[in-house]
Ligand binder design. Structure first.
Ligand SMILES: [Zn+2]
Length: 288
């Protein structure tokens, strides 16, 4: 087992291994390495992709990045922690934009807008050591996607990004691991072990996301990662629930339900979550 930065050596970024994500806590997020279990890429995934051209704000070189044709990808459901599940293409695999020339990578929302200082940070900490990668020719596997998120995370640290940006990357890493777990070959002999390892690693990413959003809530203004305050508070409640922190989940649920600015949609979701918390508390009390 290796940590959140497990592939940094292969990217040429070994120096960033073990760095504190929010400069406050130890980083110990694990990454699963199930040797025998392959993931299944849905038929037709490559037909829904196209190469979008970007110009890198760090090295000024043009490059192409695989992008999903959103009109043809269907939203199946939105999960408790706001993960949007699409079919046939898991959109989260394609959310990182990565320059193949210099190693600059970020989520789409943040790609175009690094400050001069941040560009310097990326040049100093990423570009000089970066080893060019070959991502999937037609589609990205979850392995490719996870590696691209690791690169985006390394860049976010090199840019001294806000906690919310780092937390959002950790959240999407958790969703990547969840998507990968769902796509694992269930007939493989090591499937059960791989499933458990992915679940554990996903939970650690969710915990990192929660830690970051808690910090961001104290220091940053809204909208945060495109979310208004009640939506961010709902997400905090959901993440706390996912990692078993029921006191925080309950506190944030109350905050949303008493908020005057929360939409009826987010209040409905919060009431559903409240029921789940109550059920879980009852279950836990029954066990004791
Ligand atoms: Zn570049």
């Amino acid at each position: 087992m290796s940590d959140l930065f497990s592939s940094f050596n292969s990217l040429g970024l070994g120096d960033l291994s073990g760095v504190d994500l929010y400069k406050e806590k130890e980083t110990t997020v694990k990454r699963p390495e199930p040797a025998e279990v392959k993931e299944v890429i849905p038929l037709g995934e490559k037909d829904l992709l196209f190469d979008k051209t970007y110009t890198c704000p760090v090295c000024d070189e043009p490059f192409k990045n695989k992008t999903v044709r959103t009109g043809k990808n269907r939203l199946l459901r939105i999960e408790r922690d706001l993960r949007q599940v699409y079919t046939p293409v898991d959109q989260v695999k394609y959310d990182v934009i990565a320059c193949p020339h210099c190693g600059y990578a970020a989520l789409g929302r943040y790609f175009d807008s690094p400050t001069r200082m941040q560009i310097e940070g990326v040049r100093k900490n990423i570009c000089i050591n970066y080893r060019p990668q070959k991502w999937g020719e037609e589609c990205y596997s979850y392995e490719d996607a996870y590696l691209r998120y690791q690169l985006a995370l390394g860049n976010a640290i090199a840019k001294s990004s806000k906690s919310s940006e780092i937390a959002y990357i950790c959240l999407k890493m958790a969703w990547t691991l969840r998507g990968k777990r769902e796509a694992l070959d269930q007939t493989a002999p090591d499937y059960e072990q791989a499933r458990k390892e992915h679940e554990a690693a996903e939970k650690e990413c969710l915990q990192k996301a929660l830690d970051g959003f808690v910090l961001a809530r104290q220091k940053e203004s809204y909208p945060m990662c495109g979310m208004d305050e009640p939506t961010t508070d709902y997400l905090l409640a959901a993440l706390a629930f996912e990692v078993g922190d029921l006191p925080t989940a309950s506190k944030m649920v109350s905050t949303v339900l008493t908020s005057r600015s929360a939409s009826s949609h987010i209040k409905d979701k919060t009431r559903d979550l409240k029921e789940e918390i109550v059920e879980l508390v009852k279950k836990q009390a029954g066990k004791n």
